[in-house]
Design a protein around this ligand. Structure first.
Ligand code: NI
Length: 174
């Protein structure tokens, strides 16, 4: 599911509000700075974030990105313990809807912009390792193959891998 594009939300109902609540709770428990629905086994275009003490959610988002880039390490709750320099746009403007179907716009720079891009990528089936420089990507693929959790998801029937990293990720798990 992590490499498959998610479907747009068409009904803003109680189920959707429960999904947003589940995502938010799972993100806080991890803890992480963001989480997308495909990471908990739901293939819908929904994600949540918790950046600079601001918690939010976005449904059916589309992103406008600055040409200016930022540097920084990035991790993902679906790849516990991995942290790699990941090039991202410095600024992102995300347009979408809240759980009540009302249009909202979220603007962010630095970590919030990074988070919006990372989570939006999850909805398109794109992983942060796909965004790495070639040499880092090679190292990352090797780290994944050598990890204790590699293959666990497929062997156990596609259970999502969400667990707390043994190493502090400084809130960078997304
Ligand atoms: Ni992630």
């Amino acid at each position: 599911m992590l490499t498959t594009p998610a479907s747009p939300v068409v009904t803003y109902d109680k189920e959707l509000r429960t999904l947003v609540a589940d995502l938010t709770e799972t993100m806080h428990d991890a803890p992480g700075a963001g989480l997308a629905a495909p990471q908990i086994g739901v293939s819908l275009r929904v994600f949540v974030w918790n950046v600079d003490d601001e918690v939010g959610h976005l449904i059916n988002p589309s992103l406008d990105l600055s040409e200016e880039l930022q540097e920084g390490d990035e991790g993902c709750l679906s790849f516990p313990g991995m942290l790699y320099e990941t090039p991202r746009a410095f600024r992102a403007v995300a347009k979408g809807f809240n759980m009540h179907g009302e249009p909202i716009i979220v603007e962010g720079t630095e970590l919030l912009a990074r988070c919006l891009q990372h989570e939006n990528d999850h909805l398109d089936g794109i992983l942060f390792i796909d965004r790495l420089l070639k040499s880092d990507r090679k190292r990352a693929m090797k780290e994944i193959r050598n990890s204790e959790w590699f293959g666990v998801a497929t062997e156990s029937g596609a259970e999502p891998i969400i667990k707390v990293s043994p190493h502090a990720m400084n809130g960078l798990g997304l």
